[in-house]
Design a protein around this ligand. Structure first.
Ligand SMILES: Nc1ncnc2c1ncn2[C@@H]1O[C@H](COP(=O)(O)OP(=O)(O)OP(=O)(O)O)[C@@H](O)[C@H]1O
Ligand SMILES: [Mg+2]
Length: 184
């Protein structure tokens, strides 16, 4: 994968598959670092699952034998001088179940990759799971871009965020904010 947005898509799809109702995606940048966090209220992982995650041949997917999303993200983080950490509590162990994936990347490091199409990634996620409350925040030194699916739903009422016109509107809304960032 040569664009960071594809990693975001991959890691967030884990949260979708974990049955989350709410998923927070956050990117925070300064001169040197990109901090990436995905937080969900899905089923979480057991201690055994967490321990196995270090092992790239562990997956609960049944359609494919190897789970590589998290190991790949960890590799990219470490290659750029950063790190990855996971906190999770399983639904059988806690009422406050869910998972937080945090990763830090040296964004000026030669092994870091372009951000890619974050707007397309968000539209893909929303189209695939229009009932999830995605909250997105991308903060840079020039300002921030935000999106809350719950807020949009409140304004729009009884319509699916997966409808093509709504997705197009969401894309424009994000683009406008990103253009504002770039002009700062
Ligand atoms: N947010 C999450 N909530 C609950 N379980 C998770 C979450 N993220 C990862 N997992 C667990 O960790 C396993 C490994 O995740 P990883 O993304 O590395 O691989 P995968 O999703 O199985 O396969 P791939 O990402 O290659 O499609 C998953 O199969 C799942 O059991
Ligand atoms: Mg995955």
């Amino acid at each position: 994968m040569d664009e960071f947005s594809l990693y975001v898509l991959d890691i967030t799809m884990n949260s979708v598959r974990a049955g989350a109702d709410k998923i927070n995606i956050e990117l925070i940048e300064d001169d040197e670092w990109l901090l990436f966090t995905v937080r969900d209220d899905g089923c979480g992982m057991t201690k055994e699952q967490l321990a196995n995650l270090e092992n790239p041949f562990f997956t609960t997917r049944t359609t494919r034998k190897v789970g590589l999303g998290i190991p790949f993200l960890k590799m990219l983080a470490e290659m750029t001088g950063g790190e990855l950490s996971i906190t999770s509590s399983h639904i059988s162990e806690s009422e406050e179940h869910g998972t937080v994936i945090f990763a830090k990347f040296g964004k000026n490091h030669i092994d870091f990759i372009p951000l890619g199409d974050m707007i397309g990634t968000l539209k893909t996620l929303i189209q695939g799971a229009p009932d999830i409350d995605f909250v997105y925040r991308h903060k840079t030194e020039n300002g921030e871009v935000t999106l809350s699916c719950a807020e949009i739903r409140e304004v729009l009422g009884d319509v699916s965020l997966g409808e093509p016109e709504i997705l197009a509107w969401i894309g424009d809304y994000l683009l406008e904010q990103y253009e504002g960032l770039n002009n700062n």
